[in-house]
Design a protein around this ligand. Structure first.
Ligand code: ATP
Length: 262
């Protein structure tokens, strides 16, 4: 399945967002090409969810420009939304609907054809072992099953761009593996993925480029080799690189204290 992509997936230029006087996102610029999985990492409170909410059209920026699949988010928010699937960190889901009713509701919001819906839904539900649950009320689903339903609702749309906040929380290893393979397939089909996660293993495995955000500013951006160079850690994994670039000196002291504690 080749995706209908236009230009670059996501362009963020000089984005700033304040809450009152507090600057949560401070003049960040990022480009995510089609065919790419882009990792957006940072400590708690760094500004990741704020950025994602702006990309998803849920928050307005104070400054900056955002272009999604060739559309300016300020001038053409609907085109941005219709070409972007969004997996939030805490999805809202109507529990009194069945899985199938929920998927039909999302499909109608995005105006996808019955042909695409029928082609994708049963295939995705069966990948996630949810097919026999599709006519059950969502209130009877476990946390992981809800998560898999949200994944299905996004992948069924075939939007060129997918924005994801913490995708693997609550997923069992088999489902997490399937999600990773779906992400890779989406990128190899020409789509783009903007992935925010605290799982450094997943980021290292999946992402072509990574930005680390710290106190609202981009601390560093590039591929794994660029990040290693920046951290002066030539053969380290992403966990060591990330901690070197973001953690304060006192983390080393805390680890030493824990090691010495009997
Ligand atoms: P986490 O990894 O903990 O989810 P994050 O990187 O997603 O963190 P954000 O949720 O974007 O961080 O928050 C960035 C900063 O903005 C934090 O200091 C947070 O307290 C603040 N913030 C977020 N939402 C609001 C809000 N609605 N009102 C005021 N401050 C907010």
């Amino acid at each position: 399945m080749k995706l209908n992509t236009q230009n670059t997936g996501i362009v963020i230029k000089n984005l700033t967002k304040k809450y009152g006087e507090y600057i949560a996102v401070d003049d960040i610029s990022i480009k995510v090409n089609h065919g790419e999985i882009f990792g957006f990492l940072g400590p708690n409170g760094a500004g990741k969810t704020t950025t994602i909410k702006i990309l998803a059209g849920l928050l307005k920026p104070d400054q900056g420009e955002i272009i999604i699949n060739g559309h300016d988010i300020e001038k053409d928010p609907m085109k941005c939304k219709l070409t972007t699937g969004h997996i939030p960190d805490r999805p809202f889901i109507y529990e009194k609907l069945t899985g199938n009713e929920f998927l039909r509701f999302i499909a109608s919001l995005y105006n996808i054809s019955a042909k695409i819906f029928n082609k994708n839904v049963d295939y995705l539900l069966s990948l996630f072992d949810l097919l026999e649950w599709k006519d059950h009320l969502i209130e009877s689903y476990s946390h992981g099953m809800r998560q898999k339903l949200i994944m299905t609702s996004v992948f069924m749309l075939e939007t060129p761009t997918i924005i994801v906040d913490e995708p693997m929380v609550g997923l069992d290893p088999k489902s997490a593996k399937i999600v990773k393979e779906l992400f890779k397939k989406h990128a190899s089909n020409g789509g783009s993925i903007f992935l925010s996660t605290h799982s450094l293993e997943i980021a290292e495995e999946l992402c072509d480029e990574i930005a680390i955000i710290l106190n609202g500013k981009i601390r560093t951006i590039g591929n794994m080799d660029d990040l290693r160079k920046e951290a002066h850690l030539q053969s380290s994994d992403l966990e060591e690189v990330f901690l070197e670039l973001t953690a304060s000196e006192d983390l080393k002291d805390v680890i030493q204290v824990l090691k010495n504690k009997t």
